[in-house]
Design a protein around this ligand. Structure first.
Ligand code: HEM
Ligand SMILES: *[C@@H]1O[C@H](CO)[C@@H](O)[C@H](O)[C@H]1NC(C)=O
Ligand SMILES: *[C@@H]1O[C@H](CO)[C@@H](O)[C@H](O)[C@H]1NC(C)=O
Length: 320
C-alpha cells in the first residue's frame, strides 16, 4: 500500500509541475495554421535582418525568467503597473516587439480569431529563429496563457546581469528550476547577437588575466574608457548571425565578451562548466540537442494554463 501510494505521489510530484498542461499539439485542432504562420513571419524577419532572430530568442528568455513564460515582458506600462520593459536588463536593450506585433496580427487572421497566446508566440518565435539561423529544431510545448500584469521590480531581481560571477548565475538558474547543464547550454544563445560597450568595458580594462590580450586591445579601440557606451560587439566574434558552437570555442580562447560569459570557462566556479564548454566546443551537434532540451525546460517555467490568465488580443496590453 505505502509503496503504491508513494509511487503515485512521486509520479505526480515529478511529472506534473515541470510542464503543467503544455503539449506540442495544443493548437492542432483549434488553429492548424498557427505554427506555419509564425514560422513564415520569423523567416521573413530573419532574412531581412538576422539580428531580429537574436532579439526574439532573448525575449523568450527574459519573459520566462520573470514570473514564468506568460508574455509579461511584452506588456507596456499601464495605469496600474510599471512593466518590465524599462527594467535595467531590458531598457534600451530588448528589441523585436514589432515582430511579435506582426506575428500576432497575422496569426489572428490565419486563425480567424484570437486563440494563440503571446507567451506561446514567444516560445515558437524563439525556436523558429534558431532554426532560421542554422540551429537544430526542437518541439515547442504549447498552451501557455498570458499574464494580465507585469513587474519591473521582478525583472530587475530575476534576470541575471553580465557582471555576475558563476555562483550568482547558477543561483539565478537554479531558482528557476534549471541546472548547471542548462546554464551552460542556454548561454550558447550568445552565439547570436551583440552587446553594448557599457556592459563589457570593465572586462577590457580590468580583467586582463581572463581575457585574450589581442582580443581586448582590438575591442578597446571601439570601446574606450569613457564614451561609446552603445558601441556594439558580437557576443560570438566569429559568427554572430549563425547558430553554431562558435561561442564556446571563443570561451576556450578567453574571448568571452561579457564577464558572465567567461565565467563558464576558467571562471571563479567549479570545473563542471569548463568541461561542458570544452565538450560543446568540439561537438556542435550535442550542443544543439542539449540546447533544445534546455529551451523546452526554460519554456516550461511556471506557465499560466487552463483558465488562468487570458489570450491577449494585443500583446502590449491586457484585455479590457
Ligand atoms: C547566463 C546569463 C545571461 C546573462 C548575464 C546575459 C546577458 C546578456 C547581455 C548583457 C546582453 C547584451 C545586452 C545589450 O547589450 O543591450 C545579452 C544579449 C543576448 N542574450 Fe543574454 N544573457 C544571459 C543568458 C541568455 C540566455 C539564456 C539567452 C537565451 C536563451 C540569451 C540570449 C541573448 C541573445 C540572443 C542576445 C543578443 C541580443 C542582441 O543582439 O541584441 N542570453 N545577454
Ligand atoms: C530608459 O532609457 C531611457 C533612454 O535612454 C532613459 O531616458 C530612461 O531614464 C531609462 N529608464 C529607466 C527606468 O532607467
Ligand atoms: C576598473 O577598476 C578601477 C579600480 O577599481 C575603477 O576605478 C574603474 O572604473 C574600472 N573600470 C575601468 C573601465 O577602468
Amino acid at each position: 500500500m505505502a509503496t503504491v501510494q508513494m509511487f503515485f505521489t512521486i509520479f505526480f510530484v515529478v511529472m506534473l509541475p515541470a510542464q503543467g498542461q503544455l503539449a506540442p499539439d495544443f493548437y492542432d485542432a483549434v488553429c492548424p495554421h498557427a505554427l506555419p504562420t509564425i514560422r513564415a513571419v520569423v523567416e521573413a524577419a530573419v532574412a531581412l535582418q538576422p539580428r531580429l532572430g537574436a532579439y526574439l530568442v532573448r525575449l523568450h528568455f527574459h519573459d520566462c525568467f520573470v514570473n514564468g513564460c506568460d508574455g509579461s515582458v511584452l506588456l507596456d506600462d499601464s495605469a496600474t503597473f510599471v512593466g518590465e520593459k524599462t527594467a535595467g536588463p531590458n531598457n534600451n536593450s530588448l528589441r523585436g516587439f514589432e515582430v511579435i506585433d506582426d506575428i500576432k496580427a497575422v496569426v489572428n487572421a490565419a486563425c480567424f480569431g484570437n486563440v494563440v497566446s503571446c507567451a506561446d508566440i514567444l516560445a515558437v518565435a524563439a525556436r523558429d529563429s534558431i532554426v532560421a539561423l542554422g540551429g537544430s529544431s526542437y518541439e515547442v510545448l504549447l498552451g501557455r496563457r498570458d499574464a494580465t500584469t507585469a513587474s519591473k521590480d521582478d525583472a530587475n531581481a530575476d534576470i541575471p546581469t553580465p557582471f555576475s560571477g558563476l555562483p550568482d548565475l547558477l543561483a539565478k538558474f537554479q531558482s528557476h528550476g534549471l541546472a548547471v547543464e542548462d546554464l551552460v547550454a542556454l548561454s550558447g544563445a550568445h552565439t547570436l547577437g551583440f552587446a553594448r560597450c557599457a556592459l563589457f568595458r570593465d572586462r577590457l580594462y580590468n580583467e586582463t588575466s581572463t581575457i585574450d590580450s589581442d582580443f581586448a586591445t582590438a575591442l578597446q579601440a571601439r570601446c574606450p574608457r569613457t564614451g561609446g557606451d552603445d558601441e556594439l560587439s558580437p557576443l560570438d566574434e566569429t559568427s554572430p548571425a549563425v547558430f553554431d558552437a562558435g561561442y564556446y570555442r571563443g570561451l576556450l580562447q578567453n574571448k568571452g565578451l561579457l564577464h558572465s560569459d567567461q565565467q563558464l570557462f576558467g571562471g571563479d566556479g567549479s570545473g563542471d562548466t569548463d568541461a561542458l564548454v570544452q565538450h560543446y566546443s568540439e561537438n556542435p551537434g550535442e550542443f544543439m540537442a542539449d540546447f533544445g532540451v534546455a529551451m523546452i525546460k526554460m519554456g516550461s517555467i511556471s506557465p499560466l494554463t487552463g483558465s488562468d490568465g487570458e489570450i491577449r488580443e494585443n500583446c502590449r496590453v491586457a484585455n479590457a
